[in-house]
Structures are given as structure tokens and as C-alpha cells.
Write a protein that binds this ligand. Structure first.
Ligand code: NAI
Length: 349
């Protein structure tokens, strides 16, 4: 088995903290993958894990993903992630928990800036803020990132269409959309506006029905949406949807959506390529949300955020062209492009 340090070295992490404040019921891992482009930016998730090792692996994987996402989005920030372990003990004393977390973040002196993630809320961020200013996404601040994420995913779909079919035109194309939530619902509206035909699914039937009624979409059962006959499959619900079974059953020519970590394992990226399916890596496609944070972090205007979200199109094309010319999966090409940007920056001092 690899040692912890070998794993860190292989994944390229700078620093990983194991944090504990037992009286507060607080145990957490803060993983700082890279500060080469700026302070490590990444959410804090609150989750129960089967083991501490699972939590560590999650923190390591997610923080590296943040470095890549930020670098590919052209953001001058690095990548990090915090995982607060949820024990079985209920109820949680959220104030003690998140204030303890805030104190650990404060001790990092700005090397790590956090925000909301799975299992945490703007109210939790307010609690962290009582101990440190290195937190974003407080209630009433920054706004909802989902419209920006949806717009970025649309641009990613258009770039995928251009690469695959030689045209951005989506009129008459059929899109199978998984998940009609904050991002999926908005993406559906944008696709409808451009004349695409929509097949939609959601485990919450009301959400799917709502989109169908509003946009004239067809509702598909959730377990069938990944394998329906469509031109494009847009996963906007959960991670890990592209597993062995889904990859084999896919009938779409392009996969591009908002969900994080769509590939269950890296090999599924190769399996998609082997089946001739064009995969637009989520790390590029869903960057609209992080880009919208530039308003808070760097004072970008709305127009500046818009310009950068639109440019997701160019980054996707570049990644897909690299993948084709290097003979690798788009996911690997995206990682290579991110690493090249990090090296460029390191060389520039
Ligand atoms: P959301 O929670 O508003 O929507 C997710 C929807 O998917 C819900 O309506 C849920 O009922 C549905 N769903 C869950 N499991 C499903 C299944 N098996 N089949 C069909 N539908 C299912 O979440 P949101 O904000 O729209 O995000 C969607 C995805 O995009 C998530 O994976 C999220 O991590 C990712 N993402 C979101 C960003 C944002 O700005 N909101 C930014 C970057 C990534």
C-alpha cells in the first residue's frame, strides 16, 4: 500500500491538515492542493464517511479537482477543499462545529478560502465568518451561481457540437437532461430558446413535470435518461453517473453537463472515447459557478463574469482539439492543459 506521503506526492498536494476539536465534536480534513496561482479556494462539505481514509481520499481528490477547475477557468486562485466529518451523533451543534472550523481556517492565514458545499449552508458560512474573514458565499452575498453554471454548460455543449458536427447550431438537436434542479432547469430553458428538443428526467417527478409543462419537454423515467436516443446527454444531477453500464448503454454522441465528477473512474473517460462518444469534461463545462465568485474575490463586474463564462466555449474547443491531436481522452487533455497553465505560472515566477 502507498504511504500517505507517496499519495500526496503523486497527487501533488502542498499540505493536508487533520483538524480536531473534540469538545466541539469537530473533526475535519483541510486539503490544500495548490497555491501556485493564488490562495487555495474550495468549499467545506459536511458528510458522513464509511472511514477516515474515505474522507481523506475525497478531500485529496476534490481539492486537486479545484486546482484544475480554477486553472482552466483562468482564475488566479489555487485549489483546496475541506471535509468536516459527520459522526452519527445527533443533533449537531452547528455553531460550535463551524466556529471550530473557522478557527482552523484562520490559522492558515489566507492560504485557504472556503465556501458552501455539499451539506453546508450560507448560515454555516456566517458561523465560520465569526472566526475568520477567509470565507465566501454568505447569505445575501455573491448571489446564486447556478445561472452562470447553466450558461457555461450551454457554451460547453455548443463547443462540443462545433467539434463533433462542425456547427454550434442546436436547433433540432435532442438533448437528454438528467436533473431539473437549479442548473438543469435553467439549462433546459436556454436549450429550448435555441430550438433544441428536450427529454428530461428527475427523481423528483414534480420538477421534471414543471420543466415539461413550461418548455414542452418530454419526461423520461430517471433510470432511462442516460440511455435514451438523443444527440446530447447532459448530466446535471449527481456525480459518478458514467459507470460501466451507463457508458455501454449511452446512445448520445456528446456528453456535456454540470454534475461534478461525472466519470466514476478515469478509465470511463477512455471507455467513452473507445465507443466514439465525445465527452466534455465537467471540470471545464461547469466552471461558470466558480467564475461568478470572481465578483466577490476580484471585484469583477457582471460584464466581466459574463465574458469569462462565454469563454468556456474556447477552453472546451482547445481541450477537445488537444485530446484529438494527443490521442488521449478529453479528461486527460483537460488535466494536461491545467498543469501546463500551472507550470507557465511557476516559470513566470
Ligand atoms: P440541485 O440539487 O438544485 O438539482 C439536482 C437535481 O437532480 C434535483 O432536482 C434532484 O431531484 C435531481 N436528481 C437527483 N438524483 C437524480 C437522479 N438519479 N436522476 C435524475 N435526477 C436526479 O443541484 P444543482 O445546483 O442544479 O447542481 C446540479 C449538479 O451540478 C450537481 O452535481 C452540482 O454539484 C453540480 N454543480 C452545480 C453548480 C451550481 O452552480 N449550482 C456549480 C458546479 C457544479
Amino acid at each position: 500500500m502507498k504511504s500517505v506521503f507517496d499519495t500526496l506526492a503523486a497527487m501533488g498536494h502542498e499540505q493536508v491538515l487533520l483538524c480536531a476539536d473534540e469538545p466541539a465534536g469537530y473533526r475535519a480534513i483541510i486539503a490544500i492542493h495548490s497555491t501556485a496561482l493564488g490562495p487555495a479556494l474550495g468549499g467545506t462539505r459536511l458528510l458522513g464517511y464509511a472511514s477516515d481514509e474515505d474522507a481523506l481520499v475525497d478531500a485529496l481528490r476534490l481539492s486537486r479537482g479545484m486546482t484544475y477547475k480554477n486553472a482552466l477557468a483562468g482564475m488566479d486562485v489555487g485549489g483546496g477543499k475541506a471535509v468536516v466529518l459527520r459522526s452519527g451523533a445527533e443533533p449537531l451543534d452547528r455553531e460550535r462545529l463551524f466556529r471550530a472550523h473557522g478557527r482552523f481556517i484562520e490559522r492558515l492565514g489566507g492560504r485557504f478560502i472556503t465556501g458552501e458545499d455539499v451539506g453546508t449552508t450560507p448560515a454555516d458560512m456566517e458561523l465560520i465568518r465569526r472566526e475568520t474573514r477567509h470565507v465566501k458565499g454568505l447569505a445575501g452575498e455573491g448571489g446564486d451561481p447556478s445561472p452562470w453554471t447553466a450558461r457555461g454548460v450551454l457554451r460547453a455543449i455548443q463547443a462540443g457540437a462545433r467539434h463533433r458536427w462542425g456547427s454550434d447550431e442546436l436547433a433540432g438537436r435532442t438533448v437528454a437532461l438528467q436533473g431539473c434542479g437549479s442548473v438543469g432547469g435553467r439549462l433546459a430553458a436556454e436549450l429550448h430558446r435555441l430550438g433544441a428538443r428536450l427529454l428530461v428526467a428527475d427523481v423528483d417527478p414534480d420538477r421534471a413535470r414543471h420543466v415539461a409543462a413550461e418548455l414542452g419537454a418530454t419526461v423520461v423515467p430517471p433510470d432511462a435518461i442516460a440511455s435514451v436516443q438523443a444527440d446530447i446527454f447532459a448530466p446535471c444531477a449527481l456525480g459518478g453517473v458514467l459507470d460501466d453500464r451507463a457508458v455501454q448503454a449511452l446512445r448520445a454522441e456528446i456528453v456535456a453537463g454540470a454534475a461534478n465528477n461525472q466519470l466514476l473512474e478515469p478509465r470511463h473517460g477512455d471507455a467513452l472515447a473507445a465507443r466514439g462518444v465525445l465527452y466534455v469534461p465537467d471540470v471545464v463545462a461547469n466552471a461558470g459557478g466558480v467564475l461568478s465568485g470572481g465578483a466577490d474575490l476580484f471585484g469583477w463586474t457582471r460584464a466581466e463574469v459574463h465574458r469569462r463564462v462565454q469563454a468556456i466555449y474556447d477552453t472546451v474547443l482547445r481541450v477537445l482539439e488537444m485530446a484529438a491531436s494527443d490521442g488521449v481522452s478529453p479528461q486527460l487533455a483537460a488535466e494536461r492543459l491545467a498543469e501546463a497553465r500551472l507550470r507557465e505560472r511557476a516559470a513566470a515566477g
